[in-house]
Design a protein around this ligand. Structure first.
Ligand code: PLP
Ligand code: ZN
Length: 419
């Protein structure tokens, strides 16, 4: 298999370089899985290959194929991921005191932006002749990988924490995966999946340790850059919630590539949002002495105590001149209801955290009034109806009679119809 446009894999800790055609997850110079690798490219070659016009027509992320770390002769495993809408969100913006846009990545094929990475993972695993693929997941990566494994004809075995929301466990079962609910936290499920990968040689899709996974997430940055070109302006801020920190680093890397290639004239500042109950990347970015490793938040997709990609995430925040904030679970639930009520977009709690982060950043003066802010909805809310009900309260139950409706809204004062 050849990856001519990938120059090497570079360790984010010690700078050692590795051959991208070998399957290497992390740098062997460090204990455990700390030496996360960065994929580096030959951008002259990519630029020569990339002839799509940046006209806003994005049928899927494969529009940017020359940027993706897959061999030219690999068969794509795709469900048309990416190419998601960037909506003007005036009602939401009025509530938050900014000019708001929403990048709705919850409308990817399995309901989550992780499909961008899963498509690459399964394409690469199949091309490498692997027939079993695995990952650990707070829920969405499992659902996503299972769907793409089914599509690509691979067996999928996944590790999830036992308390993942039911909707996220139903999905991989329907896609035919073996779902192993680990009696423990996400961090424990993660460690087990890494051990099992070493032991059995299954292909591991975990975004942090598999250096190619963040690469699929770059396409959301490519899309935001292209959509900025079409709109004629680059947003001041792009906001992401952070769990392991892979997503925000991928999105930043993608946008920055288009900036460096002069496809777009400016770049946004990245705002990373974490829950107060899982603040590790925030703490590292703000150089707290004791980086907390607790993970206690109802936003399950960002309930990560020991993020695998802190270095890349902090790099994205620093390079872009961005910042990191924390939000409470209460604020996350309020934001989920706000986004639904103002713009008709149903986000899961971890996705709504980005909206809560904008409110927090406005209150603390990080985001100025009337700046243009893209909030990214990373996942669809229907996967977690329990979380949603906590955000909205229950339905009103009534008897099937007009008087019940009148007791709620008063008697009708409707004017007689004109003739
Ligand atoms: C995975 C996930 C995140 C966090 O992404 P990281 O790469 O772990 O930082 C945020 N929102 C949703 C909906 C997710 O599924
Ligand atoms: Zn190293």
């Amino acid at each position: 298999m050849s990856l001519d446009h990938v120059t090497h894999l570079e360790c984010t800790l010690c700078g050692a370089e590795y051959d991208p055609n070998q399957v290497i997850y992390t740098c062997p110079e460090h204990e455990g899985v700390k030496g996360i690798l960065e994929v580096t490219y030959d951008y002259d070659a990519i630029h020569d290959d990339f002839d799509a016009s940046l006209d806003g027509a994005i049928p899927s992320q494969w529009k940017y194929e020359p940027f993706l770390p897959v061999s030219a002769d690999a068969t794509r495993v795709t469900l048309q991921e990416g190419g998601t809408e960037l909506f003007d969100a005036p009602q939401l913006g009025a509530e938050l005191g900014v000019k708001a846009l929403v990048k709705d990545d919850g409308r990817n094929p399995t309901g989550c932006f992780k499909d961008r990475a899963s498509s690459i993972a399964v394409t690469k695993a199949r091309h490498a002749g692997r027939d079993i693929i695995t990952c650990a997941s707070t829920g969405n990566a499992a659902a996503s990988l299972s769907g793409y494994a089914a599509r690509g004809g691979l067996d999928c075995r996944i590790f999830v924490p036992g308390d993942a929301p039911e909707g996220k466990l139903a999905q991989p079962l329907v896609y035919g995966a073996d779902v192993l609910a680990v009696d423990g936290s996400y961090d424990e499920a993660y460690d087990l999946s890494v051990t099992v990968t070493d032991e059995y040689g299954w292909y591991n899709r975990n975004a942090a340790i598999n250096p190619f996974q963040v690469e699929g997430k770059r396409t959301v940055g490519h899309e935001l850059a292209e959509q900025s070109v079409v709109r004629g302006s680059v947003p001041d801020w792009v906001v992401y919630s952070m769990g392991d920190g892979c997503t925000i680093s991928g999105a930043w890397k993608g946008f920055k590539e288009f900036y460096d290639l002069d496809y777009v004239e400016e770049y946004p500042r990245m705002l990373g949002v974490q829950a107060e109950g899982a603040p590790a990347i925030h703490d590292a970015f703000h150089e707290h002495d004791d980086v907390s490793d607790i993970a206690e938040t109802l936003a399950d997709s960002i309930s990560v105590g020991r993020p695998r990609n802190t270095i890349k995430a902090c790099r994205a925040l620093e390079e872009s001149g961005g910042d990191a904030v924390l939000v409470t679970d209460e604020a996350i639930l309020e934001a989920e209801a706000l986004l639904g009520r103002t713009e008709g977009i149903f986000a899961e709690p971890a996705a709504a955290a980005s909206v809560a982060g904008v409110r927090k950043a406005r209150e603390t003066g990080i985001i100025e009034p009337d700046e243009t802010v893209v909030v990214t909805s990373t996942g669809f809310g229907l996967k977690d109806t329990k979380g949603a009900q906590q955000a909205t309260g229950a339905v009103d139950s009534i008897d099937p009679s007009l008087s019940e409706v009148e007791s709620l809204y008063g008697t009708s004062e409707q004017a007689p119809a004109d003739d």
